[in-house]
Design a protein around this ligand. Structure first.
Ligand SMILES: Cc1cc2nc3c(=O)[nH]c(=O)nc-3n(C[C@H](O)[C@H](O)[C@H](O)COP(=O)(O)OP(=O)(O)OC[C@H]3O[C@@H](n4cnc5c(N)ncnc54)[C@H](O)[C@@H]3O)c2cc1C
Length: 298
């Protein structure tokens, strides 16, 4: 059986970044992902300055700056009263600023760079198990095929199969019952140079400008933590809930959401892998650590 130097499981931002970094150093790499093809949903929408620097070093930034917003930071409010502004860069003259851009776009630029370096993502390949010996790792796939690799990198997200195959624990706790998320077109006159956060005794609400949505832009990411839900919510339920939450938590009534591009309900966990490495198996990204999307990003 041929042996590749490094097999990367997962073509999310972590796996793609690792693949570009290794390929640029001339290391033989294969990237496999169980999905049929690239994800189109926005998911993460802030690339912080350090992330931009990493992409720059990999020559993967491409036209991301032109397709992004570069807000100065996050302004926190108590109802409508601003109480603090956290700047993403301490000085506006910093050469590298955070970008508001969808994860789908970041992944697309990384895939493009990987292509330039002679690599590609092999879609539709689900890793089901792995066994290692002194010389390498034998990786098993759902269709029964096997691949031999010198090293196996588990970049396969929070429910990592690689982590499980290596027997590495993922201790931690759920910290927030439920977060509602919606990317929406909205009719309001909010400032698009900052993202806005609203503290309220019942929870937090965030309104983050996103690139796109016509002249001047009207696309926003809304996020709010809410108590346990008594039923599954559909798109219309989530929009109605946000219209209510906007009035309650920002103190401004009558703000109208026109439609939603993407909605999601998720629960936040804080977990850290017991080890990042077991012999020839390594973990990175969400496979190794997950926490709230608010704060602490690199
Ligand atoms: C609402 C929300 C907002 C967020 N906002 C931000 C933000 O603004 N900034 C930020 O930095 N982060 C943010 N995050 C977090 C960010 O989305 C994740 O940290 C990031 O996607 C992790 O990347 P990853 O490559 O490690 O894993 P993932 O993106 O989860 O990718 C894992 C990949 O592995 C594949 N895979 C899984 N199992 C297998 C298997 N058995 N075989 C083969 N392939 C497999 C999956 O198909 C997937 O493509 C946010 C997250 C959420 C939910």
């Amino acid at each position: 059986m041929d042996q590749v130097a490094v097999l990367i499981t997962g073509a999310g931002p972590t796996g793609l970044t690792l693949a570009c970094g290794l390929a640029a150093q001339g290391v033989g790499v294969r990237v496999v992902d169980r999905a049929d093809g690239p994800a189109s949903t926005s998911r993460a929408n802030i690339l912080h300055a350090r992330g931009v620097e990493v992409l720059e070093r990999l020559k993967a930034v491409g036209d991301l700056r032109e397709r992004s917003l570069a807000p100065v930071g996050m302004r926190m409010h108590v109802r409508s009263r601003p109480v603090a502004t956290m700047r993403f860069a301490p000085d506006a003259r910093e050469s590298v600023q955070a970008l508001f851009v969808s994860q789908a776009q970041v992944e697309e630029r990384l895939r493009r760079r990987l292509g330039e370096l002679g690599g590609r993502v092999e879609w539709g390949m689900t890793v089901t198990g792995a066994a290692q010996d002194a010389d390498g790792v034998t990786v098993e796939f759902a269709d029964g095929t096997r691949v031999r690799a010198g090293w196996l990198a588990g970049c396969d997200g929070a429910r990592s199969t690689v982590r499980e195959a290596a027997g590495i624990g993922f201790p931690g706790v759920p910290v927030v019952e439920n977060f509602l998320l919606a990317d929406v077109h909205a009719d309001w006159d909010r400032d698009r140079t900052v993202s806005a956060g609203f503290f309220h005794r019942d929870g937090l609400l965030l309104a983050i400008p996103m690139p796109g949505g016509g002249d001047g832009g009207d696309l926003w990411r809304l996020m709010a933590d809410v108590p346990a839900l008594d039923r599954r919510l559909n798109d219309a339920d989530i929009i109605a809930r946000f219209e209510q939450l906007l009035a309650e938590r920002t103190g401004r009534s009558g703000e109208r959401i026109r439609d939603a591009v993407w909605t999601s309900v998720f629960r936040i966990h804080r977990r850290l892998a017991a080890d990042y490495r077991d012999g020839r198996v390594l973990l990175a990204g969400d496979a190794a650590h997950i926490h709230s999307p608010i704060g602490g990003r690199a």
